[in-house]
Ligand binder design. Structure first.
Ligand code: SF4
Length: 156
């Protein structure tokens, strides 16, 4: 599966992740106009100065080990599954940032293998962005319920 197929699945899956940001609205291009609106992909949040910022909103994975009845990503649901590699998310974020599509990243995830393993993958992703690419932009990262507290401290 290539990175753009993963992006399609995991940005769509992220639209159900409740946040204080908007996920846009669906608006189809008509009369040879310019642009489309879509529920998934780019969402918006607000900086401390009140400015609206656009974020790449994605899940790391939707291949969840749990089966929460209300959730689209539950193990028993018949949906397409995908999982990014940390480097893939870092590259997508940096490349979209350089093209001025986004100003930051909203990263959430289902639970793959176990909470600690998932949290370590998210930390690795953020670490590549912050330390390898020196990305100083906005990042929202989910902390996985049940993971070791030491891992949460590493995110700071
Ligand atoms: S753990 Fe999260 S992603 Fe997994 S099924 Fe439950 S609510 Fe969905």
């Amino acid at each position: 599966m290539d990175i753009f197929e993963k992006l399609e699945i995991l940005s769509d899956a992220a639209k159900y992740d409740a946040s204080c940001s908007s996920s846009g609205s669906k608006r189809k291009n008509v009369n040879n106009g310019i642009g489309n609106g879509n529920f998934s992909g780019i969402c918006h949040s607000w900086g401390a100065d009140g400015r609206c910022i656009s974020l790449l909103k994605i899940l790391f994975t939707n291949a969840c080990i749990y089966d929460c009845k209300y959730c689209i990503n539950r193990r028993s649901n018949n949906v397409r599954r995908a999982t990014f590699a940390p480097q893939e998310i870092a590259d997508l974020t940096i490349n979209f940032y350089k093209r001025n599509y986004i100003e930051g990243l909203f990263l959430s995830s289902a639970v793959i293998k176990n909470p600690d393993y998932t949290m370590e993958l998210l930390i690795k992703t953020i670490s590549i962005l912050r330390n390898k690419y020196n990305f100083n932009g906005y990042i929202h990262c989910k902390t996985i319920p049940g993971c070791n507290k030491e891992l949460i401290n590493k995110l700071r």
